[in-house]
Design a protein around this ligand. Structure first.
Ligand code: MCA
Ligand code: AMP
Length: 518
């Protein structure tokens, strides 16, 4: 049955595994509830849906299954476009607003979107539009705010969304080549969302402070989609620590989610603040009902300091772009420092040896995950999709072990070439490949070195090409920033006469690590 403000989506009253996020947003009982708050004010669910329907109509050139890329900062317009894409049965491809043109063009070439929406206030927008048109895509621009009030109309495609429709394409770095597009269906997203909304007891009275980027699962699913699914309010905030603290202390926020780097920065800001401000921030933050950390290992001293400051024991969980969230400390019960908890309901997890055989409790091995949350495919890469799955189990590439009570501990990654910095996953091989094109670089090796703020910090040892002067680290960084996402650009560069190699001529990354540690 179709009802309510939209004629496109299902009746959310009978939520099943086939209910989609757009169905929930269209719940008529939510119409007047505040859905989003951003710099331009707030909007109700009815207004958001109206915007989404207007976008569905504007995205007319796109057919079901087409990719639609969106370079728009987090806020009402971004969310409306995402819902509009789904109303058209398209695949949303969120682009990172921090990425330089070459990274964005890589996604255009790989995802081949039919339509690209770019916010003209972003510096990359004009170039992106040119690149998109050269590749045969239609380009669209969001209307300037204040936005027109829109009246929803019936879906012109007369082709309702189905749960197996592909929904979201998120690019993530891996051990091979350039980033891969991880494709999730609506059913995958529904499984990811319903697991979390139940485990963390989301309700319509929640209000989350959202400061995460919208081109990764943490920001798109855990923070935004869970809020919309629950009829809650999602408030987009800035990343400046003082304004985050002010909002956390406002008494209006019930939930906060961030990566460990953000908690480290908030602790630093608190420690630098005058005593009266500290008291206000601590008192206010203590009133939230839940604070979550994830995307990278939460150092135990950060967890403990945060507890001293706010009274909150951060709930640490573990996830991945390909699987959504898999393991989580509980909402009620023991949140064990240095652990990521047992599998979430509906998620199967296990630790296996090299041959894929489950190992005994306490023994280290690779974590594998199975369940309806697991993605459908790497876009256009059937071989890599098949290689990532073993008998239906997704091989995470993370090492861990199961301890008392079924709590998992993450012990590292199988590949030294995967680095987590500020919660972002970076392939050292991809960064090396880009720097090898630098005229002054004969060879280069990139590693992630433990760092108190970033978790790991990217460092590059490089061999200067003959006849070239050694460039300063700042010059090397500036060169990288024109080609790579800001978080993929190494912070430290060291010129070396040669890279350490083994007898087979292979670069020894542990020796490169040692150069920087020393
Ligand atoms: C920015 N820089 C970085 C990073 N971000 N360097 C290393 N790692 C980073 N992550 C560079 C900038 O280019 C800048 O260089 C300098 O560091 C300082 O920039 P700053 O403005 O201070 O940083 P920022 O822009 O405030 O960003 C920090 C951040 C951000 C807020 C921690 O990295 C962030 O939003 N991280 C969250 C990522 C996330 O959502 N991950 C989820 C993916 P210069 O000084 O030279 O200009 S993982 C996921 O989704 C799975 C499913 C999961 O489990 O959650
Ligand atoms: P991404 O591919 O960007 O989705 O990042 C997923 C990766 O982040 C996982 O494979 C882990 O290596 C890491 N990760 C996520 N959450 C945690 C956590 N709580 N502790 C340690 N590592 C984590």
């Amino acid at each position: 049955m179709r009802r309510g403000i939209s004629t496109d989506f299902q009746d959310p009253k009978t939520t099943t595994t086939d209910t989609t996020l757009p169905d929930r947003v269209a719940d008529p009982s939510l119409a007047n509830h505040i859905a989003l708050v951003d710099d331009d004010g707030h909007c109700s669910y009815a207004e958001l849906l109206g915007d989404a329907m207007a976008w569905r109509d504007r995205l007319e050139p796109a057919k079901p299954g087409d990719r639609i890329a969106c370079l728009v900062p987090p806020g009402r317009t971004h969310v409306a476009i995402q819902l509009g894409i789904w109303a058209r049965r398209g695949i949303a491809v969120p682009l990172a607003v921090s990425h330089p043109l070459p990274e964005l063009e890589y996604v255009l070439d790989d995802a081949r979107p039919a339509v690209v929406v770019a916010d003209p206030t972003l510096p990359q927008a004009p170039h992106l539009e040119t690149s998109a048109r050269t590749r045969g895509a239609t380009t669209l621009t969001p209307p300037p705010s204040p936005r027109p009030t829109t009246v929803p109309t019936p879906n012109p495609t007369r082709d309702p969304l189905t749960p197996t429709d592909p929904a979201l394409l998120i690019y993530t770095s891996g051990t091979t080549g350039r980033p891969k597009g991880v494709l999730a269906t609506h059913r995958n997203l529904t499984a990811q969302i319903t697991t979390l909304t139940a485990a963390w007891a989301w309700s319509a009275s929640d209000r989350i402070l959202h400061t995460l980027p919208l081109h990764h699962i943490h920001g798109v699913v855990n923070a935004l989609a869970c809020a919309l699914w629950s009829g809650a309010t999602c408030e987009f905030g800035t990343r400046a620590p003082a304004s985050t603290w002010d909002r956390l202390a406002s008494g209006e926020i019930t939930l906060f989610m961030a990566v460990p780097t953000v908690y480290t920065r908030l602790i630093r800001a608190w420690e630098a603040a005058p005593p009266a401000t500290r008291r206000r921030w601590s008192r206010g933050a203590a009133r939230l009902r839940l604070m979550v950390s994830g995307s990278a290992a939460l150092p135990v001293d950060t967890l403990e300091r945060w507890r001293e400051i706010t009274g909150h024991t951060l709930l640490e969980r573990y996830g991945m772009t390909e699987i959504g969230m898999a393991l989580s400390n509980p909402l009620s019960g023991e949140r064990r420092p240095g652990h990521v908890g047992p599998p979430l309901p509906g998620v199967e997890a296990r630790v296996v040896d090299e041959e894929g055989r489950p190992v005994a409790r306490g023994v280290q091995g690779e974590i594998e995950v199975r369940g309806p949350q697991v993605f459908r495919e790497y876009w256009g890469r059937p071989g890599e999709t098949a290689a990532a799955l073993r008998d239906g189990w997704f091989q995470t590439g993370d090492e861990g072990c199961v301890e008392a009570g079924g709590y998992y501990r993450i012990l590292g990654r199988r590949s030294v070439d995967i680095v987590k910095t500020g919660g972002y996953k970076v392939s050292a091989l991809e960064v090396e490949e880009v720097y090898r094109a630098h005229p002054a670089v004969r060879d280069v090796a990139v590693v992630g070195v433990p760092h108190p703020e970033w978790g790991e910090q990217l460092c590059a040892a490089w061999v200067p090409a003959e006849g070239f002067e050694v460039s300063a680290g700042t010059e090397m960084r500036a060169w990288g920033k024109e080609r790579l996402a800001p978080y993929k650009v190494p912070h430290l560069f060291m010129a070396v006469p040669d890279l350490p190699r083994n007898t087979m001529g292979k670069v020894q990354k542990t020796a490169v690590h040692r150069i920087f540690r020393e």
